[in-house]
Unconditional design. Structure first.
Length: 484
């Protein structure tokens, strides 16, 4: 049965069976053996990790520890960590060391959590395979001939391979949930605003959210509890601080689970089978299955790609060679310097999206694309509000297929964009959703199901997911542990 790692480590740290230094050394050792093959980390700071582990041990011995104290984690390379390279895995930010910490990072470090390093990702979080990173691709620990998903592929691969107890990722259109599904782990995309975005390098600011990737629902709930809540440095953040983890009991009696058939169109047979089996479990456990309809689902993809690219074209305007990171070596004047820096510093996919975004925002096209997308976004929000009058959560696949083969994405760009169909609606509407493993396909690759909830109702999402986990149905193995 899949069980939480965090509680187990926390108990071992308190009983004196292990120390945080030992645990951290064990993770660092495993990273040094496996990371060259998986490329889940783009930087590891062993010295810093061991120093924090020492402090954590002292905290625990003084009886001051919190449940995450002394437990090692990884963090996506687009989340600012003071003095440590934070590059979004882009050449243009190589060498950039933020002068401040992201709020989520600060909240974990204040609790004595131990950061191991930064996780690999698609450049600027634009992608679904973690193959556009300037540090090279990451690989799926279940089968290195396949991708780990993206854009938080490094973080998901790290958890699956046991190279961190948990990681923090970001999700603009599926980047926590899809890699979690591809790697057979749990990923929670919180409600827009439930977790501070301060210090998250922006991609699509109205869609971006930070959330945990973990090896169990319980662990995801613990990390979510630690990072959530209002932050005066992010005016879009809010939400209460009631812990969710205490309320996970495995009971789904009377829970109304909505099934929108539109989510199941064009889904591969193996994925369908996994998700349907999960739905049967809920039906058999006393939940009420409600048929609902989301005809607007087909509009979600164009709406997402128009809004995300528009916001990205504006957000990425700041990388000009003057303020951060990379600057072209040779240029004639300032304009030439900016042009060369951006041409050389950004990868193909990032440039494509900046151009797309600039196009949909340009005069003459603004009304036809951007404004129309905003109007459709409102209709999608309304459609979800109506659905959630009839049910408490929705269950859907996370992605139409399991992990793509390595190198598939580069030649199948449109198909890759289309594979975001099941994840982007949640970001458009700002809803919380979790990705939970629900079996394997014929190639032995993990399948994920998605549980979507009402705004700020992570609790119901987590409770539903936990019921499946407690029944022992989420385990797709790997992570053979660390040697202590
Ligand atoms: N795959 C989506 C994209 O390429 C989602 C990315 C994300 O959530 N950061 O934009």
């Amino acid at each position: 049965m899949a069980s939480g790692k965090i509680m187990r480590y926390a108990a071992m740290l308190r009983s004196g069976e292990i120390t945080s230094v030992k645990l951290t050394e064990a993770y660092l050792e495993k990273i040094s053996v496996l990371n060259p093959e998986i490329n889940a980390y783009v930087s590891v700071n062993a010295e810093k990790a061991l120093a924090s582990a020492k402090e954590a041990d002292a905290m625990i011995s003084r009886g001051e520890g919190y449940v995450l104290t002394g437990i090692p984690f990884g963090i996506k390379d687009n989340i600012a960590t003071k003095g440590e390279e934070t590059t979004c895995c882009s050449r243009i930010l190589k060498g950039y060391r933020p002068t401040y910490n992201a709020t989520v990072y600060e909240r974990l470090v204040e609790r004595g959590a131990v950061v191991l390093g930064k996780n690999n990702m698609d450049e600027f979080a634009m992608g679904s395979s973690t193959e556009t990173s300037c540090y090279g691709a990451a690989y799926n620990p279940h089968d290195k001939g396949h991708v780990p998903g993206g854009s938080s592929g490094g973080g998901a691969a790290a958890v699956a391979a046991g190279l961190a107890a948990y990681t923090l990722g970001s999700d603009t259109g599926g980047s926590i949930r899809q890699p979690a599904a591809f790697c057979g782990v749990v990923g929670l995309k919180p409600t827009y605003g439930a977790v501070s975005r301060y210090g998250l390098i922006a991609y699509g600011s109205s869609l971006d959210q930070i959330g945990p990737i973990a090896s169990s629902v319980e662990d995801a709930a613990i990390v979510f509890d630690a990072i959530k809540g209002a932050d005066k440095r992010d005016q879009t953040s809010s939400g209460g601080t009631e812990p969710t983890v205490d309320k996970l009991d495995g009971n789904v009696k009377g829970l109304r689970i909505g099934i929108a058939e539109e989510y199941f169109d064009g889904i591969s047979a193996d994925t369908l089978a996994g998700v349907r089996k999960a739905i049967d479990f809920y039906a058999g456990s006393g939940a009420e299955i409600v048929k609902v309809s989301l005809p607007m689902l087909k509009d979600a993809l164009p709406v997402y790609y128009i809004i995300a690219c528009a916001e990205a074209s504006s957000n990425l305007g700041r990388y000009d060679g003057i303020r951060y990171g990379y600057r072209a070596a040779r240029y004639d004047d300032v304009n030439d310097m900016i042009m060369r820096t951006r041409s050389e510093g950004f990868g193909r996919e990032v440039k494509r999206r900046i151009m797309l975004g600039t196009y949909v925002l340009s005069s003459g096209y603004f009304d036809a694309y951007y404004k129309k997308a905003l109007r459709l976004r409102e209709s999608i929000v309304t459609a979800f509000t109506k659905i959630f009058a009839e049910c408490d959560v929705l269950i859907a696949p996370v992605a139409p297929t399991t992990a793509f083969p390595v190198n598939y994405t580069a030649d199948n760009m449109i198909e890759t964009y289309m594979s975001d169909i099941c994840t982007v609606p949640v970001n458009i509407a700002g809803l919380p959703a979790i990705s939970v493993p629900c079996g394997k396909d014929g190639k032995n690759l993990p399948v994920g199901m998605q549980i979507i909830g009402k705004k700020f109702d992570e609790l119901t999402v987590l409770r539903a997911a936990y019921a499946y986990e407690r029944a022992g149905l989420t385990d797709v193995s790997l992570d053979t542990g660390v040697t202590l």
